[in-house]
Design a protein around this ligand. Sequence first.
Ligand code: TYM
Length: 347
Amino acid sequence: MPAFQELVFSGVQPTGNLHLGNYLGAIRRFVALQPAYETCLYCVVDLHAITVWQDPAELTAQIREVTAAFLAAGIDPARSIVFNQSQVPQHAELAWIFNCVARLGWLNRMTQFKEKAGKDRENASIGLYDYPVLMAADILAYRATHVPVGEDQKQHLELTRDIAQKFNNDFAGSIAAHGHGEAFFPLTEPLIGGPAARVMSLRDGTKKMSKSDPSDYSRINLTDDADAIAQKVRKAKTDAEPLPSEVAGLAGRPEADNLVGIFASLRDVTREEVLRDYGGAQFSAFKGALVDLAVEALGPVGAEMKRLVADPGHIDAVLADGAARAEAIAAPNLAAVKDIVGFVRRR
Ligand code: TYM
């Protein structure tokens, strides 16, 4: 595999409340990667959002709200490229070409589709089924080498690698003939990790914290105020035992494991270090400390989000600037793909 220029890409859907899982598993890590990589693209994936019905006015507001969350969390739009997917036509264009590379059998294995479509599969949109192919196009339109995501996106990133590999193999001769060497697309590395790669529901430690859980008590939203955060943490499900002093003691205790993981991530330490301080403690004491940490971390982000969404003109200008810079990278890549596939191009 030839060396590709290092580039970070990730995306967040503008569908409903952003929560602590999105923040700790993804957005806060996007911020941390900025100094380490010259080019980071952070995308509000509105084309993905409409794979399930979205009220149009609500969608517009949500696109701006996710953008505000990016900025409030510390993504610098002068340094990173912040934009919404529908403003850069190369995503949808490359997705079509990848539809002709990806195999039905590959998509049939995607667990997220099965979960989201549920029992009424016949009534799911074709877009929902095709969702991971568009995701591969998002990443590969920029030939991104690194993608920070939560653990739930792992299978989609494996599919992205399969699509890149098959494209590189199927078109090997043409890729070389057009001067791109042995491979046109990189095999993208997922960046999944840390104690919050999979934040679980506060009501059930075996279920992922998610935007779609009907109970608002299952998640902490980025816009929750201090009272709401305190209430949700205090009501969070636990068991009757005090906290163990070793990580091994968290086995079989999903709620305790989840709260310790959240605490560790908020404080930027490991679970071991948390248990060194809190091993033997009762949940009441631990939850008090967790509330303080969560309020301290999320309070300023929520307040800044509210300030930013009050000025949609500014947000729209950030998105327009980001889209132009994103397109400047994606357009030559798409032109090269068209040459490789054998299309005749306007020159
Ligand atoms: P989305 O919008 O569902 O979630 C955004 C990010 O948050 C992470 N995440 C979590 N992390 C830890 N614990 C949780 N409970 C939790 N819930 C969500 C997700 O893993 C994700 O990183 N398919 C993507 C959006 C996407 C994308 C892409 C991502 C579209 N194209 C290209 C990367 C690259 C999604 O639905 O994210």
